[in-house]
Write a protein that binds this ligand. Structure first.
Ligand code: ADP
Ligand code: GLC
Length: 492
């Protein structure tokens, strides 16, 4: 199959969260199965094209609504040696700082990302890459599904045989904006109906894209069920329930090239399930880098995360300080985001400096070191469509403590006290009591039953969540999308 992935993120060039990891790992996994895959991404100002291995690939003219023409520059590189990547350069939309804007109601986000979506499709055709499937990701590229659905009218007749798939990585972010830019995009006025892009007095890009896509996927089977109700649907529960037959949950994988403690170049010493001795050096390095007391007799609990309400920091603030202040654990946080969470972790470090390590900002080095150096990894998410860090931490022998939601429920098995079962510590309710219980259980096992803890660690390290397995399921999803598309065309 020929597959065109259109996305706002892809590592190593652009990443705000797990979406960037997923696109970068899924594309080569599909190519490995014999598919022809291309990725299209904006050229953000932060991407140094020459230093990132891109070469100039000419230009193209993109047509939008109201007769607007916009020229783009194109840069080309290869991902993992097998996947062609096109960067779309257009300073008017992507010349500012960062990936996403403020999200303000009247911001130009629909225009920026609407433009990306249309330009990706037009560019692919311009370069003779006629896809069987266009695979869009989250609200920023959901509009690609709209143009695929009306390829002929949109001046993209080469796409009339293509099916579209939309993956919802995070249903909380729906791309809700003012309708004022709609005419500019060149899509029909009647598509602003409540069945498609209309949402009260505005636009809902995710909903419209999902309604027009041949198939919608999300990133774990449990989250696919959660999305068909509330609160998991974030207001779209009924909408997804009505389309449940075209919604599939496919678990993300671990990019084993980047996340393997046996080969990870970002660690001071590598280690494996067979020889864990290197983990002790990673632990000591983590303590030294973040100013923690060099203690071997107290467990380190780590978090690497966007600071967003989704990630359960409210629960952390109610539960963790007592454990840290009581000397039961050291706490390491790597992340950035909302100011209240930042203030909370900084404040805790001020109160118990030798027991709390904080890195505010984005750092691949610190993320890898925290995964390797910690003993336990905390993810008390209120919701988590998949989550990648719990899978990384299992692979690094760092047992995750998670709430049973979305992909966390699908990937972490709760430990029993004798270690005969389990890969982490799972709690059900989003309450301080439930988190406190799971954390206490994990700390006690580390302190009082090291042999049991090691047994759990070995099991967690042997669990595999591969992109190869996910790629097989995406392939099946693409086939289902093509069949749906063919049925629609037959009745039209
Ligand atoms: P989400 O996409 O909701 O943020 P995921 O668990 O799917 O959650 O993915 C988060 C990704 O971002 C992981 O690869 C994680 O290591 C990375 N990450 C999050 N915060 C940071 C940070 N401050 N520095 C480095 N990597 C980070
Ligand atoms: C989202 C979700 C996260 C998921 C990631 C990649 O940002 O919050 O759970 O792992 O996308 O699919």
């Amino acid at each position: 199959m020929r597959i065109l992935l259109v996305a706002s993120e892809c590592v190593p060039w652009a990443k705000a969260g797990g979406l960037g990891d997923v696109v970068a790992a899924l594309a080569p996994a599909l190519a490995e199965r014999g598919h022809e895959v291309r990725v299209v991404l904006p050229r953000y100002r932060s991407i140094d094209v020459a230093a990132s291995g891109f070469v100039d690939a000419g230009s193209a003219c993109i047509h939008l609504g109201r007769g607007i023409e916009q020229w783009i520059g194109v840069h080309e590189a290869r991902l993992a040696g097998t996947v062609g990547v096109w960067l779309i350069e257009c300073d008017r939309f992507f010349g500012g700082p960062g990936i996403y804007g403020s999200g303000a109601w009247d911001s130009d986000e629909p225009t920026r990302f609407g433009f990306l979506s249309k330009a990706a499709l037009a560019l692919a055709l311009d370069r003779g890459f006629v896809p069987d499937v266009v695979h869009a990701h989250d609200w920023p590229t959901a509009l690609a599904c709209a143009w695929v659905a009306r390829a002929e009218e949109a001046g993209l007749p080469g796409l009339s045989g293509a099916a579209s798939v939309l993956t919802v990585h995070n249903v909380e972010y729906q791309g809700r904006f003012s309708t004022s830019v709609w005419p500019w995009l060149g899509l029909p006025e009647e598509w602003l109906s409540p069945e498609l892009f209309g949402d009260q007095d505005g636009l809902n890009l995710l909903k419209g894209g999902a309604a027009l896509a041949d198939l919608v996927t999300t990133v774990s089977p449990t989250h696919a069920r959660e999305m068909c109700g509330e609160p998991g649907g974030h207001g779209l529960g009924g909408f997804f329930a009505a389309r449940a037959d075209r919604l599939v949950g496919i678990l993300n994988g671990v990019d084993e090239e980047r996340w393997d403690p046996a080969t990870d170049p970002l660690l001071p010493v590598q280690y494996s399930a067979g020889d864990l001795s290197g983990k002790i050096f990673c632990r000591a390095e983590l303590q030294a880098r973040l100013g923690l007391e060099a203690r071997a007799d107290v467990p380190i609990v780590g978090m690497v995360s966007r600071f967003a309400p989704q990630k359960g920091f409210d629960l952390v603030a109610q539960v963790v300080p007592a454990f840290v202040e009581g000397g039961a654990m050291q706490f390491v946080v790597v992340g950035s985001g909302d100011a209240a969470t930042e203030a909370f972790v900084r404040g805790l470090k001020e109160r118990v400096p030798g027991s709390v390590g904080v890195f505010i900002g984005y750092s691949e080095d610190m993320a890898h070191l925290a995964e390797a150096g910690a003993d336990l990894f905390l993810m008390p998410s209120l919701y988590e469509p998949c989550g990648l860090n719990q899978m990384y931490s299992m692979r690094y022998g760092t047992l995750p403590i998670v709430r049973a939601t979305g992909g966390l429920a699908d990937t972490v098995e709760d430990a029993c006290d004798d270690g005969s079962r389990g890969t982490g510590f799972v709690f059900a309710q989003a309450t301080a009591e439930a988190l406190e219980g799971a954390l206490a259980r994990a700390l006690a096992l580390w302190t009082e039953a090291p042999t049991v803890f090691d047994r759990l660690r070995q099991r967690a390290m042997s669990r595999r969540h591969t992109w190869q397995a996910a790629a097989v399921q995406y392939e099946q999803a693409y086939v289902a999308a093509c069949e749906h598309h063919a049925r629609l065309r037959a009745v039209a």
